[in-house]
Design a protein around this ligand. Structure first.
Ligand code: AMP
Length: 173
């Protein structure tokens, strides 16, 4: 599987200057989707993961599939106001302004060993906030897994202290 060629680049989406890495074209290739999930299942088989957290929205696709494949519980980390029961929130910096992620406060319990999953690592702000939520609830972040990394945006620095695993990188952000 040549994952890099399966990812569609959409220039100037959602705004001018952004090179959007569209993973829906990966999902259209059932064999490639399988290979990603099966590869992660093998990678994490011995990590004693107890829960998988997926980040809205595309992290739900990969994280949900992996949780099913590994027979593990799945926890959604969502944007502000989407989760119905009591939540914890973390706010993080964007280029202009801030954003907030939330998690149900009963979704993680002390001692959970958590794998974080999203489609793409850019600045790392989103995943760093999700990691803070997990830790506030007493969970241990074992690793953060992404399909795509944009190294120029230095997400690994924002996530320092957390092991990061990515399948493909693009040097243009
Ligand atoms: P960040 O917090 O900067 O690491 O951004 C990560 C989140 O924004 C992920 O949920 C990605 O899906 C999305 N994202 C950021 N930049 C891009 C991009 N160039 N192409 C596709 N998705 C992106």
């Amino acid at each position: 599987m040549d994952l890099a060629t399966l990812i569609r680049n959409v220039p100037d989406f959602p705004k001018p200057g952004i090179q959007f890495k569209d993973i829906t074209t990966v999902l259209l290739d059932a064999a490639a989707f399988h290979e990603i999930i099966d590869g992660w299942r093998a990678r994490y088989a011995e990590h004693e993961i107890t829960k998988i957290v997926g980040v809205e929205a595309r992290g739900f696709i990969f994280g949900g599939a992996l949780a099913y494949a590994m027979s593990l519980p799945f926890v959604p980390a969502r944007k502000r106001g989407k989760l119905p029961a009591p939540t914890l929130s973390e706010t993080f910096q964007l280029e202009y302004g801030t954003d907030t992620v939330e998690m149900h406060e009963d979704a993680i319990t002390a001692g959970d060993r958590v794998l974080l999953v999203d489609d793409l690592l850019a600045t790392g702000g989103t995943m760093a906030a999700v990691a803070r939520l997990v830790r506030r609830l007493g969970g241990e972040v074992v690793e953060a897994a992404f399909v795509v990394e944009l190294p120029p945006l230095r997400g690994r620095e924002a996530l320092r202290g957390i092991p990061v695993h990515c399948l493909v990188e693009f040097m243009v952000a």
